[in-house]
Design a protein around this ligand. Sequence first.
Ligand SMILES: Cc1ncc(C[n+]2csc(CCOP(=O)(O)OP(=O)(O)O)c2C)c(N)n1
Ligand code: SF4
Ligand SMILES: [Mg+2]
Length: 285
Amino acid sequence: MNVTELTTKVPNTWCPGCTNFMLMAGVKKAVTELVNEGVFTKEQFTTVAGIGCHAKIYDYLNLSGFYGLHGRVPPVMAGLKLANPNLKVLGFSGDGDAFAEGMSHFIHFCRYNLDATYIIHNNQIFALTTGQVTPTTEPGAVTKSTPHGSPFRPINPITLALESGATFVAREYALDLPNLSETLKRAMKHKGASVVEILQPCITFKDVRDFVKDKMFRIEPSDLENAVKTARGWNYTKDDATRIPVGVFYETQYPTLEEKVGVKVWHEEFPKREHKVEELWARFK
Ligand SMILES: Cc1ncc(C[n+]2csc(CCOP(=O)(O)OP(=O)(O)O)c2C)c(N)n1
Ligand code: SF4
Ligand SMILES: [Mg+2]
């Protein structure tokens, strides 16, 4: 497969130069390589998106899927995977989508160990709505919703994912294409809940590209205790002492939700549904 097969004709409305373009290039590279290596077919890939700038990726990726509701990516991923365990489900959320509107779903996604890959575009802002604080915005940030500085302490999604039971947890930077696509490939190949947080600075409302590039350093995976310790090394603050760990924090094997509920047996036991789509269409014509 050529990477161009993943392109659609939908006009792109991301701001010129948005880091989402590189993030999408990383996703396309990973998917293309996995198809060409025979790990998955293109048809197995299925995407789910939330609502926000990140979610427009749904329109630009030539893969089947479901444009979801704000914050509700994990339940749709679960529905798809349980209905058809043969799919390779990729979820796309923003930091607002995953950790504000969708916070409880994020935790349960990790806890269930659903065999799916959750990709989170973290720009530390609600970008589509032109710049308000999210749960990962640094304390003191002056934004449209916090003109006197944010009074909130950020949550740390990496420690949260680790503590909630995700079996693959990583962070990458949108503008580091080789590492980004390599980690995405690993996450997609992983059996179980994989979470990849991608630092994706919004160049229009919160341009921290130089800061991230300057502060990040690469890590190697470790055991859970040390992974949590490493992740705690950055609590989304933005000061001179900041050091941002990037790479795979943790990877382990644990039975997936589908394996635990015996989804194949469940399918066999389920009565076959009648297809009444034509009938319904006729009624609404
Ligand atoms: C339930 C609900 N609440 C709020 C909104 C308004 N809204 C649309 S996009 C958005 C911001 C999304 O931010 P994020 O998930 O971080 O994505 P980004 O735009 O930064 O990629 C908000 C608040 C909505 N559409 N639905
Ligand atoms: S507002 Fe920010 S995140 Fe959204 S398209 Fe523009 S640069 Fe990208
Ligand atoms: Mg955001």
